[in-house]
Design a protein around this ligand. Structure first.
Ligand code: G6P
Length: 503
């Protein structure tokens, strides 16, 4: 019954994602503090709100938009309860946000068990001996939770959406939502966006057949499923062909892939999210960034010749797909093989904690620290620490490191896009050589002016680091200028609005 499903909000544009635009933490005295995030979805939705508050469609100042997300930690749960699901606009910058409180065990099985373990690992090709999965009773329980969790989103969206509204569902956490939502609300226009890579069929089919089938069919429930690069869209289409027997063709007018299964066609779009130059340049010029620059300059110090040392920078979540450990091995190889760099370079490795509920991430973080210590004991001197590791998330420090970097190392095993590769050239002070994995989505746009590496090849990565550190200043600044222009070709607001219009 449609009228029972529709709530009062009657939103025209809806976004659904696991992680919402705000997060809450709870202090000992019970008070909640809120932290607002950024990114393409935030700027996209606020662009719509801005348009409609200037007199076009919309209601109540939020432009007729709603963002549906999950409560992630205890602070979020408390906030979701206190505000009965709909957050206080004072916390969200006016954006209407509905935060779903999913039972804690269901959420953990869906998010940690299925999304961040199985689906993330498959699409980033992270399963290798001895990490290969075994799908048994534990996974069956987790999968049932993933279904419930997706169902909760589909129901909330069905309630919030106005007739013929547009819903933009995000990422691997919510693959089942498009098909389920279509069943509840056939009137809606539904998009899905994958922020990750997609695995080729030979790898993808390690998932249980029924699970692979549900994920693919879930996304095909959308009118349009979009990806960050043609490569990931193509892999998704290949999986639909090989695993489901769908037919695919390229639409001549738009160049888009079309996937047809059982008489319904889903269009596949490609939107390569770019860096937000305006935001980054403004943010990178604030006082707190200057403070961090001064502190990092101290860490970098001066070599025996009295000149400032070179800064080799990386900034990542401590995430297996980011390949931080092999990056450290490559740096060690550089110092082993090319003594001319000893005392003359410092590796600033900003490796922020991520997904610490998962043991394999905690172990990875320990491994990163262990290898950094090893390098420091092998090569360090009284006046020189070869690797300086920062393990506490600090955006101002990331920007300071971007500005100072002589070489940036972005060497993921696989990455949907990788925005660090795009952000560094935009804010770099003196030009920065970019060492970039050919397996990052960003490679498709930045490959020509980056120094490209095979992320598994440590010798090749060490060679690339040497090339980057040796690059002449003029060439470096010229390449950085071209990288910045490619990196900002599709700013976040346009990235979002293009998808909306295509739907
Ligand atoms: C990737 C995913 C996002 C996710 C982010 C951080 O970029 O595509 O959906 O939000 O990682 O991971 P987390 O598990 O902390 O949300």
């Amino acid at each position: 019954d449609r009228s029972a499903q529709q709530g009062n909000s009657q939103a025209r544009v809806l976004v659904a994602s696991n992680r919402g635009p705000v997060s809450y933490s709870k202090a000992d005295d019970g008070s909640l503090s809120v932290k607002r995030g950024g990114g393409g979805l935030v700027s996209g939705l606020s662009a719509i709100s801005a348009e409609s508050s200037e007199g076009a469609a919309g209601n109540a100042g939020d432009g007729g938009t709603v963002w549906v997300c999950a409560a992630l930690g205890d602070g979020d749960r408390e906030a979701a309860r206190r505000f009965a699901g709909r957050l206080d606009p004072a916390d969200t910058g006016g954006q209407s946000v509905r935060m779903l409180e999913i039972p804690a065990d269901v959420f953990s099985d869906a998010y940690n068990g299925v999304a961040n373990s199985v689906l993330w690992f498959v699409n980033h090709l992270l399963y290798q001996t001895p990490l290969e999965p075994s799908f048994d009773t534990e996974f069956e329980r987790q999968w049932a939770a993933y279904e419930r969790y997706n169902e909760a989103f589909a129901e909330a969206l069905a309630e919030e959406a106005a007739e013929n509204a547009t819903v933009m569902v995000q990422d691997y956490h919510l693959t089942l939502v498009p098909a389920r939502l279509r069943r509840l609300r056939p009137d809606l226009r539904i998009g899905h966006f994958s922020h990750t890579p997609w695995a080729p069929p030979d790898y993808y089919r390690m998932l249980p057949d029924a699970v692979a089938g549900q994920v693919l069919r879930g996304i095909l429930g959308a009118d349009r499923a979009a990806f960050l690069t043609r490569r990931w869209a193509g892999a998704f289409a290949d999986c639909c062909e090989r695993l489901l027997g769908a037919s695919t063709r390229t639409d001549e007018a738009t160049g888009e892939l079309h996937v047809t299964l059982e008489g319904r066609t889903t269009r596949l779009g490609v939107h390569g999210l770019g860096a937000d130059a305006e935001f980054l340049r403004e943010r990178a010029n604030r006082e707190d960034v200057y403070e961090r620059i001064a502190a990092l300059r101290e860490e970098i110090g001066r070599g025996p010749d009295g000149k400032a040392r070179r800064a080799l920078v990386r900034v990542d979540r401590t995430e297996l797909s980011k390949n931080i450990v092999r990056g450290l091995h490559a740096y060690r190889r550089l110092l082993d093989d090319r003594p001319e760099w000893r005392e003359r370079v410092v590796h600033l490795a900003l490796a922020y904690p991520s997904r610490q509920d998962l043991a394999v991430y905690r172990d990875y973080m320990a491994e990163v620290s262990r290898v950094a210590d090893e390098i420091n004991s092998a090569h360090g001197t009284e006046s020189w620490t070869p690797v300086v590791l920062f393990l506490k998330d600090d955006f101002a420090r990331s920007l300071a490191a971007y500005r100072l970097a002589d070489v940036a190392l972005v060497n993921p095993i696989r990455d949907g896009m990788n925005l660090v590769a795009k952000e560094v050239p935009v804010v770099s002070d003196e030009g920065c050589a970019l060492v970039l994995s050919r397996e990052a989505g960003a490679y498709e746009e930045l490959g020509e002016d980056a120094i490209v590496v095979n992320p598994y090849d440590i010798a090749d990565t060490a060679r690339a680091l040497h090339e980057g550190l040796s690059m002449e200043h003029a060439e470096r600044t010229e390449r950085t200028r071209r990288l910045a222009s490619a990196a900002t070709a599709l700013p976040p607001t346009r990235w979002f609005l293009d998808q909306l219009h295509a739907l």
